[in-house]
Design a protein around this ligand. Structure first.
Ligand code: HEM
Length: 470
Protein backbone atom coordinates (compact mmCIF):
# COMPACT_ATOMS: atom_id res chain seq x y z
CA UNK A 1 0.00 0.00 0.00
CA UNK A 2 2.87 2.36 0.77
CA UNK A 3 4.20 1.92 -2.72
CA UNK A 4 1.04 2.58 -4.66
CA UNK A 5 -1.38 4.72 -2.72
CA UNK A 6 -1.25 8.29 -1.46
CA UNK A 7 -3.08 8.49 1.88
CA UNK A 8 -5.30 11.51 2.46
CA UNK A 9 -3.50 13.68 4.99
CA UNK A 10 -5.27 14.78 8.19
CA UNK A 11 -6.39 18.46 8.03
CA UNK A 12 -3.23 19.94 9.54
CA UNK A 13 -0.90 17.39 8.00
CA UNK A 14 1.20 18.18 4.91
CA UNK A 15 0.59 16.27 1.66
CA UNK A 16 2.12 12.85 1.10
CA UNK A 17 4.73 12.31 -1.60
CA UNK A 18 3.91 8.92 -3.13
CA UNK A 19 6.96 6.68 -2.85
CA UNK A 20 6.44 5.70 -6.50
CA UNK A 21 6.80 9.36 -7.54
CA UNK A 22 10.09 9.65 -5.69
CA UNK A 23 11.40 6.36 -7.08
CA UNK A 24 10.38 7.35 -10.61
CA UNK A 25 12.28 10.63 -10.37
CA UNK A 26 15.22 8.84 -8.78
CA UNK A 27 15.62 6.50 -11.72
CA UNK A 28 14.71 8.90 -14.54
CA UNK A 29 15.95 12.31 -13.44
CA UNK A 30 17.85 12.16 -10.14
CA UNK A 31 19.53 15.56 -10.64
CA UNK A 32 16.29 17.48 -10.70
CA UNK A 33 14.42 15.22 -8.26
CA UNK A 34 14.47 17.57 -5.25
CA UNK A 35 13.85 20.67 -7.36
CA UNK A 36 10.79 19.05 -8.92
CA UNK A 37 9.45 17.74 -5.61
CA UNK A 38 10.04 21.19 -4.13
CA UNK A 39 8.08 22.81 -6.96
CA UNK A 40 5.22 20.34 -6.43
CA UNK A 41 5.13 20.16 -2.63
CA UNK A 42 6.83 23.21 -1.05
CA UNK A 43 6.93 24.19 1.73
CA UNK A 44 6.28 20.85 3.54
CA UNK A 45 5.50 17.27 2.56
CA UNK A 46 5.81 13.82 4.09
CA UNK A 47 7.07 10.53 2.77
CA UNK A 48 6.51 7.15 4.34
CA UNK A 49 9.59 5.01 3.90
CA UNK A 50 8.91 1.34 4.55
CA UNK A 51 10.92 -0.21 7.42
CA UNK A 52 12.32 3.22 8.34
CA UNK A 53 10.05 6.06 9.40
CA UNK A 54 7.98 8.90 8.00
CA UNK A 55 10.26 11.64 6.80
CA UNK A 56 8.92 15.19 6.67
CA UNK A 57 10.58 17.38 4.06
CA UNK A 58 10.82 21.15 4.02
CA UNK A 59 11.75 22.67 0.68
CA UNK A 60 13.53 25.79 -0.43
CA UNK A 61 14.70 29.14 0.94
CA UNK A 62 11.38 29.95 2.66
CA UNK A 63 12.01 27.07 5.05
CA UNK A 64 15.74 27.56 5.57
CA UNK A 65 15.55 29.76 8.68
CA UNK A 66 12.96 27.54 10.34
CA UNK A 67 14.95 24.38 9.65
CA UNK A 68 18.33 25.72 10.65
CA UNK A 69 17.28 27.64 13.77
CA UNK A 70 14.61 25.47 15.36
CA UNK A 71 15.79 24.22 18.76
CA UNK A 72 13.85 20.98 18.88
CA UNK A 73 15.47 19.61 15.74
CA UNK A 74 18.13 17.17 16.86
CA UNK A 75 21.17 17.04 14.58
CA UNK A 76 22.99 14.13 16.21
CA UNK A 77 19.93 11.92 16.45
CA UNK A 78 19.25 12.68 12.76
CA UNK A 79 22.71 11.52 11.75
CA UNK A 80 22.65 8.53 14.03
CA UNK A 81 19.39 7.25 12.51
CA UNK A 82 21.32 6.82 9.25
CA UNK A 83 24.91 6.04 10.20
CA UNK A 84 24.62 5.27 13.91
CA UNK A 85 24.81 1.46 13.77
CA UNK A 86 28.04 1.77 11.78
CA UNK A 87 29.60 4.31 14.14
CA UNK A 88 31.50 3.72 17.40
CA UNK A 89 28.57 5.21 19.29
CA UNK A 90 25.21 3.97 17.91
CA UNK A 91 23.23 5.96 20.46
CA UNK A 92 25.18 9.18 19.90
CA UNK A 93 25.80 9.75 23.58
CA UNK A 94 28.94 11.80 23.08
CA UNK A 95 28.70 14.91 20.92
CA UNK A 96 32.17 15.43 19.47
CA UNK A 97 31.29 18.54 17.47
CA UNK A 98 32.68 21.13 19.83
CA UNK A 99 35.88 19.19 20.45
CA UNK A 100 36.40 18.86 16.68
CA UNK A 101 36.01 22.62 16.24
CA UNK A 102 38.40 23.33 19.09
CA UNK A 103 40.96 20.95 17.64
CA UNK A 104 40.97 22.14 14.03
CA UNK A 105 40.64 25.86 14.59
CA UNK A 106 43.65 25.80 16.91
CA UNK A 107 45.68 24.47 13.97
CA UNK A 108 45.02 27.63 11.97
CA UNK A 109 47.43 29.60 14.16
CA UNK A 110 50.24 27.07 13.73
CA UNK A 111 52.77 28.81 11.42
CA UNK A 112 53.89 25.40 10.12
CA UNK A 113 50.39 24.31 9.08
CA UNK A 114 50.67 25.14 5.36
CA UNK A 115 54.27 23.81 5.17
CA UNK A 116 53.07 20.43 6.48
CA UNK A 117 50.27 20.40 3.93
CA UNK A 118 52.62 21.28 1.07
CA UNK A 119 54.98 18.52 2.20
CA UNK A 120 52.19 15.96 1.87
CA UNK A 121 51.38 17.32 -1.61
CA UNK A 122 55.02 16.75 -2.62
CA UNK A 123 54.85 13.13 -1.47
CA UNK A 124 51.72 12.65 -3.58
CA UNK A 125 53.47 14.10 -6.65
CA UNK A 126 56.34 11.61 -6.37
CA UNK A 127 53.87 8.77 -6.86
CA UNK A 128 52.69 10.14 -10.22
CA UNK A 129 54.44 8.66 -13.24
CA UNK A 130 55.37 11.41 -15.72
CA UNK A 131 53.02 13.78 -13.91
CA UNK A 132 49.98 11.61 -14.64
CA UNK A 133 47.36 10.36 -12.23
CA UNK A 134 44.62 8.11 -13.49
CA UNK A 135 42.62 8.50 -10.28
CA UNK A 136 42.61 12.09 -9.09
CA UNK A 137 39.79 11.59 -6.59
CA UNK A 138 41.55 8.52 -5.11
CA UNK A 139 44.84 10.39 -4.75
CA UNK A 140 43.18 13.42 -3.19
CA UNK A 141 41.21 11.14 -0.84
CA UNK A 142 44.41 9.78 0.67
CA UNK A 143 46.14 13.16 0.55
CA UNK A 144 43.39 14.76 2.64
CA UNK A 145 43.40 11.95 5.16
CA UNK A 146 47.19 12.12 5.48
CA UNK A 147 47.10 15.89 5.93
CA UNK A 148 44.35 15.66 8.53
CA UNK A 149 46.11 12.92 10.50
CA UNK A 150 49.41 14.78 10.41
CA UNK A 151 48.22 18.33 11.02
CA UNK A 152 45.69 17.60 13.71
CA UNK A 153 46.89 14.43 15.44
CA UNK A 154 50.61 14.50 14.53
CA UNK A 155 50.27 11.01 13.06
CA UNK A 156 52.67 10.40 10.17
CA UNK A 157 51.09 8.08 7.60
CA UNK A 158 54.56 6.71 6.73
CA UNK A 159 54.89 5.06 10.15
CA UNK A 160 53.40 1.57 10.59
CA UNK A 161 50.73 2.93 12.97
CA UNK A 162 49.87 5.76 10.56
CA UNK A 163 49.66 3.37 7.62
CA UNK A 164 47.39 1.04 9.60
CA UNK A 165 45.05 3.89 10.58
CA UNK A 166 45.02 5.03 6.97
CA UNK A 167 43.94 1.59 5.81
CA UNK A 168 41.32 1.09 8.54
CA UNK A 169 39.49 4.42 8.52
CA UNK A 170 38.13 4.23 4.93
CA UNK A 171 36.59 0.86 5.85
CA UNK A 172 34.41 2.58 8.46
CA UNK A 173 33.53 5.62 6.34
CA UNK A 174 29.78 5.81 7.09
CA UNK A 175 28.99 7.57 3.83
CA UNK A 176 30.54 4.75 1.81
CA UNK A 177 28.83 2.16 3.98
CA UNK A 178 25.42 3.84 3.69
CA UNK A 179 25.76 3.83 -0.12
CA UNK A 180 26.76 0.16 -0.28
CA UNK A 181 24.19 -2.59 -0.79
CA UNK A 182 25.76 -4.81 1.90
CA UNK A 183 24.71 -2.37 4.62
CA UNK A 184 21.10 -3.37 3.83
CA UNK A 185 21.15 -7.04 2.85
CA UNK A 186 23.96 -8.08 5.19
CA UNK A 187 23.57 -5.47 7.88
CA UNK A 188 24.59 -7.47 10.93
CA UNK A 189 27.83 -8.63 9.27
CA UNK A 190 28.73 -5.04 8.35
CA UNK A 191 27.99 -3.84 11.89
CA UNK A 192 30.20 -6.61 13.30
CA UNK A 193 33.07 -5.76 10.93
CA UNK A 194 32.83 -2.09 11.89
CA UNK A 195 32.89 -2.97 15.60
CA UNK A 196 36.11 -4.98 15.11
CA UNK A 197 37.77 -2.12 13.26
CA UNK A 198 36.69 0.33 15.97
CA UNK A 199 38.30 -1.90 18.62
CA UNK A 200 41.59 -1.89 16.73
CA UNK A 201 41.46 1.86 16.12
CA UNK A 202 40.67 2.44 19.79
CA UNK A 203 43.80 0.55 20.89
CA UNK A 204 45.93 2.36 18.30
CA UNK A 205 44.83 5.87 19.29
CA UNK A 206 45.12 5.20 23.04
CA UNK A 207 48.55 3.55 22.70
CA UNK A 208 49.84 6.54 20.71
CA UNK A 209 48.48 8.84 23.39
CA UNK A 210 50.17 6.92 26.24
CA UNK A 211 53.47 6.85 24.32
CA UNK A 212 53.52 10.60 23.82
CA UNK A 213 51.82 12.06 26.87
CA UNK A 214 54.70 11.62 29.36
CA UNK A 215 57.17 13.68 27.30
CA UNK A 216 54.78 16.37 26.10
CA UNK A 217 54.81 19.92 27.45
CA UNK A 218 51.81 22.16 28.24
CA UNK A 219 52.59 24.06 25.00
CA UNK A 220 52.20 20.97 22.83
CA UNK A 221 50.38 21.39 19.49
CA UNK A 222 49.77 17.63 19.25
CA UNK A 223 45.97 17.33 19.03
CA UNK A 224 45.99 13.69 20.14
CA UNK A 225 47.79 14.59 23.38
CA UNK A 226 45.62 17.67 23.96
CA UNK A 227 42.42 15.67 23.52
CA UNK A 228 43.69 12.69 25.50
CA UNK A 229 44.58 15.03 28.40
CA UNK A 230 41.10 16.44 28.23
CA UNK A 231 39.57 12.97 28.50
CA UNK A 232 41.79 11.92 31.44
CA UNK A 233 39.77 10.48 34.24
CA UNK A 234 40.47 10.88 37.99
CA UNK A 235 42.31 7.52 38.03
CA UNK A 236 44.77 8.83 35.39
CA UNK A 237 43.37 6.61 32.65
CA UNK A 238 42.11 8.16 29.43
CA UNK A 239 38.53 7.62 28.36
CA UNK A 240 39.63 5.65 25.31
CA UNK A 241 36.11 5.45 23.92
CA UNK A 242 35.85 9.24 23.78
CA UNK A 243 39.29 9.47 22.21
CA UNK A 244 38.31 6.93 19.55
CA UNK A 245 34.98 8.62 18.93
CA UNK A 246 36.55 12.03 18.56
CA UNK A 247 39.31 10.79 16.24
CA UNK A 248 36.84 8.89 14.06
CA UNK A 249 34.22 11.71 13.97
CA UNK A 250 36.90 14.21 13.10
CA UNK A 251 38.49 12.08 10.39
CA UNK A 252 35.09 11.39 8.83
CA UNK A 253 33.75 14.95 9.07
CA UNK A 254 37.02 16.41 7.78
CA UNK A 255 37.29 13.95 4.92
CA UNK A 256 34.12 13.47 2.89
CA UNK A 257 33.41 16.95 1.61
CA UNK A 258 36.92 18.37 1.70
CA UNK A 259 38.44 15.71 -0.54
CA UNK A 260 35.47 15.69 -2.93
CA UNK A 261 35.37 19.46 -3.30
CA UNK A 262 39.13 19.75 -3.72
CA UNK A 263 39.05 17.05 -6.42
CA UNK A 264 36.14 18.64 -8.26
CA UNK A 265 37.77 22.04 -8.33
CA UNK A 266 41.04 20.56 -9.66
CA UNK A 267 39.00 18.69 -12.26
CA UNK A 268 37.28 21.91 -13.32
CA UNK A 269 40.62 23.72 -13.54
CA UNK A 270 41.96 20.87 -15.70
CA UNK A 271 38.85 21.11 -17.87
CA UNK A 272 38.44 24.86 -18.30
CA UNK A 273 41.43 26.98 -19.45
CA UNK A 274 39.68 30.27 -18.64
CA UNK A 275 39.02 29.18 -15.07
CA UNK A 276 42.61 27.90 -14.83
CA UNK A 277 43.95 31.26 -16.00
CA UNK A 278 41.88 33.22 -13.50
CA UNK A 279 42.93 30.99 -10.60
CA UNK A 280 46.60 31.20 -11.63
CA UNK A 281 46.52 34.98 -12.10
CA UNK A 282 45.15 35.45 -8.61
CA UNK A 283 48.05 33.40 -7.26
CA UNK A 284 50.57 35.52 -9.19
CA UNK A 285 48.99 38.70 -7.83
CA UNK A 286 49.00 37.50 -4.21
CA UNK A 287 52.60 36.27 -4.16
CA UNK A 288 53.87 39.41 -5.90
CA UNK A 289 52.61 41.42 -2.91
CA UNK A 290 55.10 39.85 -0.48
CA UNK A 291 57.69 42.12 1.17
CA UNK A 292 60.16 40.30 -1.06
CA UNK A 293 57.90 39.81 -4.07
CA UNK A 294 57.79 36.32 -5.54
CA UNK A 295 57.86 37.06 -9.22
CA UNK A 296 60.00 34.53 -11.08
CA UNK A 297 58.19 31.39 -12.24
CA UNK A 298 60.78 29.26 -10.47
CA UNK A 299 60.16 30.83 -7.05
CA UNK A 300 56.40 30.94 -7.60
CA UNK A 301 56.41 27.19 -8.16
CA UNK A 302 57.83 26.47 -4.72
CA UNK A 303 56.43 29.27 -2.54
CA UNK A 304 54.46 28.15 0.52
CA UNK A 305 51.37 30.26 1.22
CA UNK A 306 50.77 31.72 4.66
CA UNK A 307 47.35 31.43 6.30
CA UNK A 308 47.00 35.18 5.75
CA UNK A 309 47.67 34.82 2.02
CA UNK A 310 45.09 32.06 1.84
CA UNK A 311 42.61 34.57 3.24
CA UNK A 312 43.33 36.87 0.29
CA UNK A 313 42.44 34.24 -2.33
CA UNK A 314 38.93 35.59 -2.84
CA UNK A 315 38.42 34.25 -6.35
CA UNK A 316 39.47 30.76 -5.24
CA UNK A 317 37.03 31.14 -2.34
CA UNK A 318 34.18 31.79 -4.75
CA UNK A 319 35.24 28.86 -6.94
CA UNK A 320 35.25 26.51 -3.95
CA UNK A 321 31.89 27.63 -2.62
CA UNK A 322 30.22 27.64 -6.04
CA UNK A 323 31.45 24.11 -6.59
CA UNK A 324 29.92 22.93 -3.30
CA UNK A 325 26.62 24.51 -4.36
CA UNK A 326 26.59 22.84 -7.78
CA UNK A 327 28.00 19.47 -6.66
CA UNK A 328 25.91 18.95 -3.53
CA UNK A 329 22.92 16.62 -4.03
CA UNK A 330 22.73 15.98 -0.27
CA UNK A 331 19.87 16.08 2.18
CA UNK A 332 20.36 17.38 5.71
CA UNK A 333 18.49 15.39 8.38
CA UNK A 334 17.24 16.14 11.91
CA UNK A 335 15.24 14.14 14.41
CA UNK A 336 12.14 16.00 15.67
CA UNK A 337 12.35 16.04 19.48
CA UNK A 338 9.02 17.76 20.18
CA UNK A 339 5.86 18.58 18.21
CA UNK A 340 6.35 21.44 15.77
CA UNK A 341 4.30 23.51 13.40
CA UNK A 342 5.24 25.22 10.19
CA UNK A 343 2.51 27.50 8.81
CA UNK A 344 -0.73 25.52 8.93
CA UNK A 345 1.10 22.19 9.20
CA UNK A 346 1.85 20.04 12.23
CA UNK A 347 5.09 18.08 12.24
CA UNK A 348 4.85 15.47 14.99
CA UNK A 349 7.75 14.56 17.25
CA UNK A 350 9.72 11.34 16.82
CA UNK A 351 9.99 11.66 13.07
CA UNK A 352 12.71 12.74 10.74
CA UNK A 353 12.71 16.23 9.24
CA UNK A 354 14.84 16.72 6.15
CA UNK A 355 16.08 19.70 4.17
CA UNK A 356 17.18 18.71 0.64
CA UNK A 357 19.95 21.14 -0.28
CA UNK A 358 19.18 21.07 -4.03
CA UNK A 359 15.66 22.43 -3.41
CA UNK A 360 17.37 25.64 -2.30
CA UNK A 361 20.74 25.63 -4.06
CA UNK A 362 19.35 24.65 -7.46
CA UNK A 363 16.30 26.89 -7.24
CA UNK A 364 16.39 28.86 -10.46
CA UNK A 365 14.66 31.92 -9.06
CA UNK A 366 17.48 32.28 -6.53
CA UNK A 367 20.30 30.93 -8.72
CA UNK A 368 19.52 31.52 -12.43
CA UNK A 369 20.68 28.62 -14.63
CA UNK A 370 21.38 26.76 -11.37
CA UNK A 371 23.41 23.79 -12.59
CA UNK A 372 25.89 26.00 -14.40
CA UNK A 373 29.06 26.55 -12.44
CA UNK A 374 29.61 30.31 -12.23
CA UNK A 375 32.03 31.61 -9.58
CA UNK A 376 30.93 35.19 -10.28
CA UNK A 377 27.43 34.60 -8.90
CA UNK A 378 26.17 36.72 -6.06
CA UNK A 379 23.81 34.99 -3.64
CA UNK A 380 20.99 37.36 -2.72
CA UNK A 381 20.46 38.07 0.97
CA UNK A 382 16.69 38.41 0.61
CA UNK A 383 14.73 35.17 0.25
CA UNK A 384 12.10 34.42 -2.36
CA UNK A 385 9.53 35.51 0.20
CA UNK A 386 11.11 38.99 0.02
CA UNK A 387 12.24 38.76 3.65
CA UNK A 388 15.87 39.46 4.49
CA UNK A 389 18.00 36.45 5.28
CA UNK A 390 18.40 36.01 9.04
CA UNK A 391 22.12 36.56 8.93
CA UNK A 392 21.92 39.62 6.66
CA UNK A 393 24.66 42.07 7.51
CA UNK A 394 26.48 39.63 9.78
CA UNK A 395 28.67 38.41 6.94
CA UNK A 396 30.88 35.39 7.50
CA UNK A 397 30.56 31.88 6.17
CA UNK A 398 27.26 31.15 7.88
CA UNK A 399 25.51 34.50 7.44
CA UNK A 400 23.17 33.99 4.51
CA UNK A 401 20.16 31.69 4.85
CA UNK A 402 19.95 31.35 1.06
CA UNK A 403 23.24 29.48 1.09
CA UNK A 404 23.67 26.41 3.29
CA UNK A 405 26.95 25.19 1.77
CA UNK A 406 28.68 25.51 5.17
CA UNK A 407 25.59 24.84 7.27
CA UNK A 408 23.69 27.53 9.13
CA UNK A 409 22.07 28.52 12.40
CA UNK A 410 22.42 25.96 15.17
CA UNK A 411 24.68 23.61 13.24
CA UNK A 412 27.21 25.50 11.18
CA UNK A 413 30.24 23.58 9.95
CA UNK A 414 32.91 23.86 12.65
CA UNK A 415 35.65 22.87 10.19
CA UNK A 416 34.84 25.37 7.44
CA UNK A 417 37.87 27.59 8.00
CA UNK A 418 40.19 24.62 8.25
CA UNK A 419 38.66 23.03 5.13
CA UNK A 420 39.14 26.26 3.17
CA UNK A 421 42.75 26.54 4.33
CA UNK A 422 43.45 22.96 3.29
CA UNK A 423 41.70 23.15 -0.10
CA UNK A 424 43.35 26.47 -0.94
CA UNK A 425 46.85 25.36 0.12
CA UNK A 426 46.70 22.22 -2.03
CA UNK A 427 45.12 23.91 -5.06
CA UNK A 428 47.41 26.94 -4.85
CA UNK A 429 50.48 24.66 -4.65
CA UNK A 430 49.48 22.50 -7.61
CA UNK A 431 48.27 25.34 -9.83
CA UNK A 432 51.44 27.41 -9.38
CA UNK A 433 53.61 24.45 -10.25
CA UNK A 434 51.61 22.77 -13.02
CA UNK A 435 49.23 23.26 -15.89
CA UNK A 436 46.45 20.70 -15.51
CA UNK A 437 44.94 18.70 -18.40
CA UNK A 438 41.87 16.50 -18.02
CA UNK A 439 41.97 13.07 -19.69
CA UNK A 440 39.24 12.82 -22.27
CA UNK A 441 38.42 16.51 -21.86
CA UNK A 442 34.95 15.81 -20.44
CA UNK A 443 33.74 16.53 -16.92
CA UNK A 444 32.85 13.19 -15.25
CA UNK A 445 29.27 11.98 -15.28
CA UNK A 446 27.30 12.15 -12.04
CA UNK A 447 25.76 8.99 -10.62
CA UNK A 448 22.78 9.03 -8.26
CA UNK A 449 24.09 9.60 -4.75
CA UNK A 450 22.69 10.70 -1.43
CA UNK A 451 26.11 11.90 -0.30
CA UNK A 452 26.68 15.53 0.53
CA UNK A 453 28.96 16.02 -2.49
CA UNK A 454 28.97 13.90 -5.65
CA UNK A 455 31.75 11.38 -6.13
CA UNK A 456 32.11 10.47 -9.84
CA UNK A 457 31.42 6.88 -10.77
CA UNK A 458 34.48 6.44 -12.94
CA UNK A 459 38.04 7.49 -12.27
CA UNK A 460 39.20 10.93 -13.32
CA UNK A 461 42.62 11.15 -14.99
CA UNK A 462 44.69 14.35 -14.98
CA UNK A 463 48.08 15.20 -16.46
CA UNK A 464 50.15 17.70 -14.47
CA UNK A 465 52.58 19.46 -16.81
CA UNK A 466 55.25 21.40 -14.96
CA UNK A 467 55.29 25.12 -15.78
CA UNK A 468 58.44 26.41 -17.45
CA UNK A 469 60.52 29.39 -16.51
CA UNK A 470 59.37 32.50 -18.30
C1 HEM B 1 34.42 21.29 1.80
C2 HEM B 1 34.40 20.87 3.04
C3 HEM B 1 33.20 20.88 3.95
C4 HEM B 1 31.88 21.13 3.67
C5 HEM B 1 31.23 21.47 2.34
C6 HEM B 1 31.16 21.00 4.92
C7 HEM B 1 29.80 21.22 5.06
C8 HEM B 1 29.10 21.10 6.24
C9 HEM B 1 27.67 21.34 6.38
C10 HEM B 1 26.72 21.73 5.25
C11 HEM B 1 27.35 21.11 7.67
C12 HEM B 1 25.94 21.21 8.29
C13 HEM B 1 25.20 19.92 8.14
C14 HEM B 1 23.73 20.03 8.46
O1 HEM B 1 23.20 21.13 8.67
O2 HEM B 1 23.05 18.99 8.50
C15 HEM B 1 28.57 20.73 8.36
C16 HEM B 1 28.64 20.40 9.69
C17 HEM B 1 29.79 19.97 10.30
N1 HEM B 1 31.07 19.94 9.77
FE1 HEM B 1 31.59 20.41 7.88
N2 HEM B 1 32.04 20.66 5.92
C18 HEM B 1 33.30 20.59 5.37
C19 HEM B 1 34.48 20.31 6.03
C20 HEM B 1 34.58 20.03 7.37
C21 HEM B 1 35.81 19.78 8.08
C22 HEM B 1 37.22 19.87 7.49
C23 HEM B 1 35.46 19.47 9.37
C24 HEM B 1 36.32 19.13 10.56
C25 HEM B 1 37.56 19.30 10.66
C26 HEM B 1 34.02 19.54 9.46
C27 HEM B 1 33.29 19.29 10.61
C28 HEM B 1 31.93 19.46 10.72
C29 HEM B 1 31.18 19.15 11.93
C30 HEM B 1 31.76 18.58 13.22
C31 HEM B 1 29.84 19.47 11.67
C32 HEM B 1 28.68 19.31 12.63
C33 HEM B 1 28.42 20.60 13.33
C34 HEM B 1 27.33 20.46 14.39
O3 HEM B 1 27.24 19.46 15.07
O4 HEM B 1 26.60 21.36 14.56
N3 HEM B 1 33.51 19.88 8.24
N4 HEM B 1 29.62 20.75 7.47
Amino acid sequence: AWLGSTPQPAPNQPPHIPLTRLLWLLFTDHRSMWVKLGAEYAPVAQLRIPFFTTVYFVFGPETSQFYHREKSLNFLKGISRITGPFSPDPESKYNATRDIGENVNRMLVDPKLTAHMVDEVKKMETRWKDGVTDDLFGDIFSLVMKINLRCVYSIDSNTPDGARILSLVPQVDPEKIAMSGRAYYNRSAVIKECAEIFEELKSLFSRLYYERAPTSTPQTTDGLVIMGNKFRQPDGQVDDFKLLHLCWSFLFAAQVNTFANMSWVLTRIAHDPILAKRVYEEQVAIFSKRATPVTSSASLRVAIPTVQELGEMHFLDRVLVENIRVSGPGVSMRWVDSDLSFGPYAIPKDHMLAFPHPAMHWNERLYPDPLTFDPDRVTPYAGLDGKESAGAGEGGLHGNYNSAVWGLGRHPCVGARFALAEMKTVISTLVRKYELHLHGGQLPALPFQMSSLYKPKSKVGVRFVERRDT
